[in-house]
Design a protein around this ligand. Structure first.
Ligand code: PLP
Length: 281
């Protein structure tokens, strides 16, 4: 099924499979929309914490859950759960398992082949990330026919417009360009990761087009975020549990990343020397 972005499909899925007070499960921290959609549907939103290393905890399998969402690779951590593990989970849950693969083109693995083996798996893909077409609004869902048939009853009759379809068909026909962009981004991701590690950041292993970097002791992520913003460099800061000491940095061009690194080095040296004078005047 095609949708007006994968956000449209997420909304169709929750309206198709979850009702009032039904359990809807998703890990934390992850894509924020899952919780919003569950609440809109008056369902019971159950968020389950990822482990420290961003693997799935034992209690991720919630008994009686109607819908379980998993962004894989995950945002904002960039980390990934192996497809074999996801296959095991799909076999153990009662409801549907939605694997949101918005970043799959940047990853080493994906769950497409599981659709044939599991009646309850729905895979979501989008043109917004690896194809750079976020403004076109197109996502698609791959699942067995009985699930798609249920969703057909819920979706708007004309949820995808003809201009988007024309653009997307052209983009999908040109796999070579997409793959070339993805390769460049992966190279720059490695370069940024190493540079951040050299500066002392902890960088979560990323399978996406961004990295999540945890600040070293004595450096405030929020201060760095604001200082970068005043220099017209936009990174993402989340004022949320487990994320408030981190920055999520999207992989730009090599030139953009070099500018970011240069400013970060400057900022960290000044913050750390300030901290030094604060503790040993
Ligand atoms: C970007 C993103 C989406 C939404 O994509 P659209 O197709 O633009 O609606 C959904 N899920 C995740 C995890 C995303 O990162």
């Amino acid at each position: 099924m095609a949708g007006n972005g994968s956000d449209d499909l997420l909304s169709i899925i929750i309206r198709s499979f979850a009702g009032q007070e039904d359990k809807v499960v998703f890990p934390y921290p992850s894509y924020m929309l899952y919780k919003t959609l569950a609440e809109l549907q008056d369902s019971m939103a159950c968020d389950v914490d990822f482990t420290e290393g961003y693997s799935l905890p034992e209690n991720f399998l919630v008994k009686g859950a109607k819908v379980t969402f998993l962004a894989n690779p995950n945002s904002p951590s960039g980390t990934m759960i192996p497809s074999q593990e996801i296959s095991r989970i799909a076999a153990q849950i009662d409801g549907v398992l939605v694997i949101d693969e918005a970043y799959a083109d940047f990853a080493e693995d994906n769950c497409l082949s599981l659709v044939g083996q599991h009646r309850n798996i729905l895979i979501l893909r989008t043109l917004s990330k690896s194809y750079s077409l976020a403004g076109i609004r197109l996502g698609f869902c791959i699942a067995q026919e009985h699930l798609i048939q249920g969703m057909m009853k819920v979706k708007d009759s004309y949820n995808v417009d003809r201009l988007s379809i024309a653009a997307v068909v052209a983009a999908l026909d040109d796999q070579k360009s997409m793959k070339a962009h993805v390769e460049k981004i992966k190279e720059t991701r490695l370069y940024l990761t190493k540079s951040l590690q050299e500066m002392g950041f902890f960088v979560y292993p990323s399978q996406t087009n961004f990295v999540l970097a945890r600040c070293m002791k004595g450096v405030s992520a929020h201060t760095l975020y604001q200082a970068l913003k005043s220099r017209k460099i936009l990174v993402r800061y989340f004022n949320l549990r487990r994320l408030d000491d981190c920055l999520r940095i999207t992989i730009g061009t090599r030139e953009e990343i070099d500018i970011l690194i240069q400013h970060l080095k400057e900022l960290i040296t000044t913050t750390q020397s300030k901290a030094m004078t604060a503790c040993c005047p």
